[in-house]
Design a protein around this ligand. Structure first.
Ligand SMILES: Nc1ncnc2c1ncn2[C@@H]1O[C@H](COP(=O)(O)OP(=O)(O)OP(=O)(O)O)[C@@H](O)[C@H]1O
Ligand SMILES: [Mg+2]
Length: 332
């Protein structure tokens, strides 16, 4: 489709990554040439980038979402990437696990429109956290009162600032165990989802529900969410049930099913010491298993960042949701 160049006004058909950029005010700009991009965006012209947004989701309770979010965020930050971890669960387990009690929380970002970079608390080198607490229940009520057409996109609007995308390489979102508006907001903000699944029979039912939720979000919000991985958790290879559930997950999700996180008491102990598993028990099975997941995240980013000269303009959008049609979630 032909667009008008924001800088020179000439009509052209965008074909390259650099020809589309979304500015902090949410405006989509088109540039017919590198010169026009530079004159339109100034110094920022070649620095536009987009943080990778990963939601850790399963509406079933106790599947290892927070453990995964905290250790993935901590592990990726330890590798030197800038990471923002957002807690969208009123239980506030992320802050407790890392020993941080933010003065302001996700409530202030969502309801009061406070700049997320002011609310984020640095907890480790390269790792900032936006915490949550019981006030999030009020945020849920507030969201329910907003216009039904856009109440699921408020998190996206609040976090879709240049500052967030510039400051962070990764944004991890820890979701609560429900189907509430906060989770819908998290899903419409995220580009991809990692689903931790316990290795028991009912967990398989839970995965089906997650897949349905993702499909619904895609259909209603016209927003593509990729299931980038299913992560079997609490795996105890001594039990037949765990082995069978793992096989089922592997046969359905193929390469998207990651190596399981073994049942490991060190993982359960680490939060009470306010430490990630890498700080608390670096030699444990839990650390080894989550290290593998961190490797996978970082390696899959490296693949994405490889030069793609023929990438479509839609993929080039740097700070807002792509316009491309939503891909279908894989059915279980
Ligand atoms: N692999 C594991 N081995 C042993 N304990 C674990 C493991 N993973 C998580 N745990 C512990 O199990 C409990 C539940 O884990 P977690 O809080 O991560 O689940 P969740 O999905 O976030 O729960 P919720 O749905 O309530 O938010 C926690 O006490 C956690 O420390
Ligand atoms: Mg949790």
């Amino acid at each position: 489709m032909e667009k008008l160049c924001t800088a020179c006004g000439q009509s052209f058909r965008p074909a390259f990554v650099y020809q589309v950029a979304v500015t902090g005010d949410g405006r989509r700009n088109y540039f017919c040439s590198l010169e026009c991009r530079k004159s339109g965006l100034g110094d920022e012209a070649f620095r536009a980038r987009r943080a990778r947004r990963i939601a850790i989701l399963n509406q079933k309770g106790g599947t290892g979402k927070t453990t995964t979010a905290v250790n993935l965020a901590a592990g990726v930050a330890e590798r030197g990437h800038n990471v923002l971890l957002i807690d969208t669960d009123a239980q506030g387990n992320v802050g407790v696990s890392l020993g941080v009690n933010g003065e302001q929380s996700l409530y202030h970002v969502l309801v009061e429109g406070v700049d997320p970079t002011d609310v984020a608390v640095p907890v480790r080198s390269s790792l900032d956290v936006i915490t949550s607490d019981a006030t999030l229940a009020a945020a849920e009520i507030w969201l329910a009162r907003q216009n039904p057409d856009n109440r699921s996109r408020i998190m996206t609007k609040r976090l879709n600032l240049m500052q967030v995308s510039r400051r962070y390489d990764y944004v991890f979102v820890d979701c609560g165990p429900s189907l509430n508006l906060l989770n819908q907001n998290a899903l419409s903000y995220a580009d991809e989802v990692v689903i931790p699944v316990t290795c028991d029979y009912l967990a398989l039912v839970g995965v089906k529900q997650v897949l349905r939720t993702i499909k619904d979000i895609e259909r209603h919000l016209h927003h593509a969410v990729r299931i980038s991985a299913v992560l079997p958790t609490f795996y105890d290879g001594r039990t037949r049930l765990a082995r069978e559930v793992l096989e089922t997950l592997q046969s359905h999700f193929k390469t998207k099913c990651l190596e399981p996180i073994r049942l490991n008491t060190r993982l359960a102990e680490a939060p009470s010491h306010r430490k990630s598993i890498f700080e608390y028990a670096p030699q444990s099975n839990g650390a080894a298993d989550y290290n593998r997941v961190v490797d996978w995240v970082v390696a899959s980013s490296a693949v994405k960042e490889a030069p793609t000269p023929t990438m479509s303009a839609a993929e080039a959008v740097t700070t807002t949701q792509p316009e491309a049609p939503a891909p279908r979630a894989q059915a279980l």
